[in-house]
Design a protein around this ligand. Structure first.
Ligand code: G1P
Length: 290
């Protein structure tokens, strides 16, 4: 039976320095893919998976995220006055009813494992989802939902995976495969950002996780790992060596929106499907290529 997951953690404290100057005063999570900020795609994916509590691990200069999921009084009053009901409905839909938004601060950037540890006081003793907002996954079935469908009654973590090329290993957590059953894999170990020659497989971790609450005991004991940071991958490796970690080869297309190329590709692909601009963008691109 699929486990009910009630909370999702979004680590959003990162500086976004790869996107300077755009991110000098704007959180990278607020950069839009067509007309919607990246963070909203991730929240919508969690809502679609039945999650009702969104916990943002945030930092300095990230106020815009909190404002985005709050009401915007002047804007809404203005739209109501001008009877722009469609736009008002869009503004209202950003924070769906019945969903709670919680913000905790990560005051020092000590890595992804540390960011998740900052969310501990906002969580109860049950499994929770983690979504890395940079990884935008376009799929008919949401990635978190795909992970939830892999729950097997055990407390093993569940992680999203995709096939990667040797030149990409330095950017990913990479798993050791114990068993493989179609789309599902049991990982017996993980390593963060190995060299191609040291990578134990061609399966890289994508930024979607379902973690048991016990992961906090492991993170609290971890020494710093790759890049001097407290790595979530290292905590997962401890649990993988103990009982295994469930991996799901995700369906759909993933865009690495932490890179400029991935971000531009996402804007094109989402733009082509956008009801307002899709057709015009398609003919524009055709002309451009000819
Ligand atoms: C993080 C994780 C890494 C994972 C990647 C997926 O790295 O540490 O294990 O493969 O996300 O996007 P980052 O991209 O934040 O450096």
């Amino acid at each position: 039976m699929n486990k009910k997951i009630n909370a999702a953690v979004f680590p959003v404290a990162g500086l976004g320095s790869r996107f300077l100057p755009a991110t000098k005063a704007t959180p990278k999570e607020m950069l839009p893919i067509v007309d919607k900020p990246l963070i909203q795609y991730a929240v919508e994916e969690a809502v679609e998976a039945g999650i009702k509590k969104m916990i943002f691990v945030t930092g300095r200069n990230k106020r815009a995220i909190e404002d985005h999921f709050d009401s915007a009084y002047e804007l809404e009053a203005e739209l109501a006055l001008k009877e722009k009901h469609d736009l008002l409905a869009i503004a209202h839909s950003v924070a769906p009813k019945g969903v709670d938004f919680v913000y905790v601060r990560q005051s020092t950037a000590l890595g992804l494992g540390h960011a998740i540890l900052c969310a501990k006081p906002a969580l109860s003793d049950e499994p929770f989802a983690v979504l890395l907002v940079d990884d935008l996954i376009k799929s008919s079935k949401g990635a978190v939902q795909q992970l939830i469908m892999a729950t097997d009654g055990s407390d093993r973590p569940i992680i999203g995976l995709e096939k990667i090329q040797p030149y990409q290993t330095r950017a990913y957590g990479v798993i050791s495969i114990r068993e493989s059953m179609g789309q599902y894999v049991i990982a017996s170990d993980l390593v963060e950002k190995p060299k191609a020659e040291d990578a134990p497989s061609n399966l890289g971790v994508v930024g979607r996780y379902i973690l048991p609450y016990e992961i906090f005991d492991v993170i609290e004991q971890l020494p710093s790992g790759s890049g001097g940071e407290i790595q979530l991958t290292d905590a997962l490796a401890v649990l993988a060596r103990r009982d295994g970690v469930i991996g799901v080869l995700l369906e759909g297309r993933r865009f690495d929106c932490g890179s400029k190329l991935g971000f531009a590709q996402a804007n094109i692909e989402y733009g082509l499907e956008h009801p307002e601009i899709g057709e015009n963008l398609k003919s524009y691109l055709k002309k451009l290529i000819v």
